[in-house]
Design a protein around this ligand. Structure first.
Ligand code: FE2
Length: 379
């Protein structure tokens, strides 16, 4: 980005730049000092900062700013240190622009979806993903965008789900172990013991932090029915916001509680909202798991009735088939969900046969980091 003008304002507190496109961008001297890219400020190898906040000059002002084509060099008054900034870097990191604040915005790169995604559910073959090239980049990008992706071509053996986690990160072990079995023998002589359906949910909301990724892989699925189903929690939250803005506010502004005490020596408790927003309104997480909900005690008495009305409306949206994508996993197939966003469920099944899935948890930072590294390599 070509820079056409650099001036100091407020006695050197502020650098004001004009770009060739006519945009005016201001930067504070203290911000520039803290983000200096020079060798005295950052380790040239790993890029980490070498200075602490206490090292910033107390009176952090600029005494000079000189343009050199696409860059600007500033001088800090306290010690005459100089730092050069590239115009493109400054334009990419500018904060002197209108910043959205509306609640319920999707995170960068995410796209809300409903039943219409059924025909386009992202899916890739494990062998192609293991080449760690374009197929993996595009599959991980789909996970970032939709929070769900299928994988096919897995070994039809116990433990095959770890091949999926190896694509982007590490298993997150819990008190349920390194993985867990989701196995039901359907009893053909007593249909009363058929597999019940489960309402769509996110897993383990009683942990803090909760596992941010779940992997489920199929080893056997000969039972009739037993479809998997996923719902975009962000789309459900945004629909609630449209239909009932106050209900959305109630679910995002008050904490729910979740707990699990089902095994000896385990007492997991978490206090988090059903719809979590960042301070500037971006959707961060949806937690929905009625089976694990503990008594809500953080909603004021005079709002509890409305809170429950919103909670029930949110549940009805999640249960609406228009929001759901259904698919049946065959042995050797699996799927990955962003457990901070996408709810999953099992539909009821019946008749003879067996349904055997293995599941495990992992974390989303591995997905985003592997994707960013692949995108960086492709750039
Ligand atoms: Fe689950």
């Amino acid at each position: 980005m070509q820079l056409t003008e650099a001036t100091l304002q407020s006695g050197g507190d502020i650098l004001a730049l004009t770009t060739a496109a006519g945009e005016r961008l201001r930067f504070h001297a203290v911000w520039l000092r803290d983000n200096a890219q020079e060798d005295w400020a950052r380790d040239p190898g790993n890029g980490q900062k070498l200075t602490t906040l206490a090292d910033l000059p107390k009176d952090c002002r600029l005494s000079d700013a000189t343009l050199e084509g696409k860059s600007v060099t500033v001088t800090f008054a306290a010690d005459d240190r100089k730092a050069r900034f590239d115009g493109d870097w400054l334009a990419a990191h500018a904060y002197d622009r209108p910043q959205p604040r509306e609640a319920g915005r999707l995170p960068e790169g995410a796209k809300a979806w409903d039943n219409a995604l059924s025909d386009d559910l992202p899916s890739s073959d494990l062998a192609a993903l293991q080449d760690r090239g374009e197929a993996l980049r595009s599959w991980l990008a789909a996970l970032r965008r939709y929070g769900v992706a299928k994988v096919t071509g897995l070994r039809k053996e116990p433990g095959a789900l770890f091949d999926v986690v190896d694509l982007f990160g590490h298993v997150r072990e819990t008190n349920y172990g390194r993985h867990f079995e989701v196995r039901t023998e359907v009893n053909p002589v007593n249909l009363a013991y058929t597999g019940l359906g489960l309402q769509a949910h996110t897993d383990n909301p009683y942990r803090d932090p909760q596992p941010t990724v779940q992997v489920l892989c199929c080893l056997e699925n000969s039972a009739e029915g037993g479809d998997s189903m996923v719902v975009d929690g962000f789309a459900a939250a945004r629909r609630l916001q449209q239909e009932d803005p106050r209900g959305f506010d109630l679910l995002s502004q008050h904490c729910a509680r979740f707990s699990y005490t089902g095994s000896a020596g385990v007492a997991l408790h978490a206090r988090r909202p059903l719809i979590e927003l960042s301070p500037d309104g971006v959707l961060q997480a949806v937690r929905f798991n009625a089976r694990s909900a503990a008594p809500f005690t953080d909603v004021p008495f005079d709002r509890m009735a409305d809170y429950y009305a919103a909670y029930r409306r949110f549940a009805a949206i999640i249960d609406d088939e228009a929001m759901q994508v259904r698919f049946k996993l065959a042995p050797g197939e699996g799927f990955v969900v962003d457990n901070t966003r996408v709810l999953h469920a099992r539909k009821g099944y019946s008749g003879s046969g067996t349904r055997w899935l293995q599941g495990c948890y992992a974390d989303k930072d591995g997905i985003l980091s592997t994707l960013a590294a692949l995108e960086g390599a492709a750039a």
